[in-house]
Design a protein around this ligand. Structure first.
Ligand code: HXC
Length: 258
C-alpha cells in the first residue's frame, strides 16, 4: 500500500495514514487502501483494539484532498462522499474499539475520520474543525451527522457554519476529544488505553460497543432491549464464568479467551 501503513503491537492494531507531504489528506486511493486494511483488521482475531493516527509531526489528517476534489462534478462528488462514508461507517461498526490518535490537524474529512472512531485522544498541539463551508462545500464523510451526536446540535452548527478551527483544550471542553496529552506522550497514552481495553473481556466489549451504538439511534425501550440481549449473551461465554469464579476465589484472571 502506498498511503496506509499497518503494524501490530501485541493485540493492538495501528493504522497510519501516510501522505505527509499533503498533511495526510484523504484522496480516493487512500480511502480504497483504508478499506483494504480494514479487511485485514476484521479477519485478525488477535487484534483487540485499533488505533488510527497520521504520519509525520503536523497532521492527523488535514481533510479530503482538495486538489483531487477541485474539478469534480456532482456525480463524482457523490461517489467520493459515498466511498468515504462507507469506509468510515465500517470503522464505526468494527467489532473492536477504535481510538483516533490526533497528533496535529484533524480538519474536514480528518475530523470526520476521528468522529467515526469510538475514542479520540489529542496532543496539545492538535487543531480540529470542519472548514468545508469556506471551500464552498459541506462536510461529506459524516460530519453533518456525527459531530452533532458527539458535541450536540448547537456546537456542531457553530463549528460547521463558522468553519473555525479549535485547539485541543477547547475540543476537550466540548467533548470532541476524550483526553489531551503532551505531544511526546500521545502514542504511549493511546497504547496504554488500548492495552487496558485489551485486558478486559473482548466479547463483552464488542457487544457493549454494538449496544451503545445501536441504542443511541433508537428509542429508549428498544435500546434497553439491546442491553438486555447483549448482557444475556455474555453468560454464554467462558470468560464470564472464569472471571466471576476468579473474583470469588480472590484471584486475578490470567487472560480472557472469548
Ligand atoms: C490537499 C492539502 C490539504 C488538503 C494540506 N495540503 N491540506 N492538500 N488537500 N486537505 C497540502 C498543501 O497544499 C501543501 O502542499 C501541504 O499540504 C502543506 O500544507 P500547507 O498549507 O503549506 O501547511 P500550513 O501552512 O502549515 O497549513 C496547514 C493547514 C492548511 C492549516 C492544515 O494546509 C489547510 O488549511 N489545509 C486545508 C484544510 C481543509 O480545508 N480541510 C478540509 C478539506 S474539505 P504543497 O504542495 O503546497 O506543499 C474536506 C471534505 C470532506 O475535508 C468530505 C469530502 C466528501
Amino acid at each position: 500500500m502506498e498511503n496506509i501503513k499497518f503494524e501490530k503491537d501485541g493485540n493492538i492494531g495501528i493504522i497510519t495514514i501516510s501522505r505527509p507531504k499533503a498533511l495526510n489528506a484523504l484522496n480516493f486511493k487512500t480511502l480504497v487502501e483504508l478499506n483494504e486494511v480494514l479487511d485485514q483488521v476484521e479477519k485478525d482475531e488477535e487484534i483487540y483494539v485499533l488505533l488510527i493516527r497520521g504520519d509525520g509531526e503536523k497532521a492527523f489528517v488535514a481533510g479530503a484532498d482538495i486538489a483531487e476534489m477541485k474539478d469534480m462534478n456532482p456525480k463524482e462528488a457523490r461517489e467520493f462522499s459515498i466511498i468515504g462514508n462507507k469506509v468510515f461507517r465500517r470503522i464505526e461498526n468494527l467489532r473492536i474499539p477504535t481510538i483516533a490518535v490526533i497528533n496535529g490537524y484533524a480538519l474536514g474529512g480528518g475530523c470526520e475520520l476521528a468522529l467515526s472512531c469510538d475514542i479520540r485522544i489529542a496532543s496539545e498541539n492538535a487543531k480540529l474543525g470542519q472548514p468545508e463551508v469556506g471551500l464552498g462545500i459541506t462536510p461529506g464523510f459524516g460530519g453533518t451527522q456525527r459531530l452533532s451526536r458527539v458535541v450536540g446540535l448547537a456546537k456542531a452548527k457553530e463549528l460547521i457554519f463558522t468553519g473555525d478551527m479549535i485547539d485541543a483544550n477547547e475540543a476537550f471542553k466540548i467533548g470532541l476529544v476524550n483526553r489531551v496529552v503532551k505531544k511526546e506522550e500521545l502514542m504511549d497514552e493511546a497504547l496504554n488505553m488500548a492495552k487496558k481495553i485489551a485486558s478486559n473481556a473482548p466479547f463483552a466489549i464488542s457487544v457493549a460497543k454494538a449496544s451503545i451504538n445501536r441504542g443511541y439511534q433508537a428509542d429508549i425501550d428498544t435500546a434497553l432491549m439491546y442491553e438486555v440481549e447483549v448482557f444475556a449473551q455474555c453468560f454464554a461465554t467462558e470468560d464470564q464464568k472464569d472471571a466471576m469464579t476468579a473474583f470469588l476465589e480472590k484471584r486475578k484472571i490470567e487472560k480472557f479467551k472469548n
